[in-house]
Write a protein that binds this ligand. Sequence first.
Ligand SMILES: Nc1nc2c([nH]c(=O)n2[C@H]2C[C@H](O)[C@@H](COP(=O)(O)OP(=O)(O)OP(=O)(O)O)O2)c(=O)[nH]1
Ligand SMILES: [Mg+2]
Length: 138
Amino acid sequence: MDTTEVVAALIKEQDRFLICQRPAGKSLALFWEFVGGKVEQGETKEQALVRECQEELGVIVAVGDVFWEVTYHYPDAIVHLTLFEANIKEGTPQKLEHQDIRWIKKEEIPHYDFCPANKDVLERLQNLPVRETTHRGF
Ligand SMILES: Nc1nc2c([nH]c(=O)n2[C@H]2C[C@H](O)[C@@H](COP(=O)(O)OP(=O)(O)OP(=O)(O)O)O2)c(=O)[nH]1
Ligand SMILES: [Mg+2]
């Protein structure tokens, strides 16, 4: 099976970060995710992420460092997910393609069902030590 390159954005504001609920009818319907999508041919990961944030949320982002990377085997696909830190430069997030979008605190993570590939990164977000918490604004 081929590996699909997927990029996603960890968008933080103060002590909250943005999560998005996948629409009904798509794969992994109604699971929560970080905004993003598949890298298209000829694009860098950063370019793909800027495009996806514009298409899905109507915002322009500045792409920062890689926060997490994982390869996950779904029954019908292998996904290599790269999660970048990102900041909104222009616009306010709108649910142009998602079922719902929410700004949540790390304490709220257990209340949401995320895509299985995201399990480890959510654990990292939830368990950031105090020092790193302050540094990263969580
Ligand atoms: N965007 C995103 N996709 C994720 C995350 N976690 C995770 O397992 N995935 C999976 C779900 C999908 O199988 C794949 C990304 O697909 P996608 O549906 O967002 O791709 P896309 O926006 O390009 O949409 P499409 O053109 O394929 O319809 O990666 C995540 O946090 N964000
Ligand atoms: Mg997408």
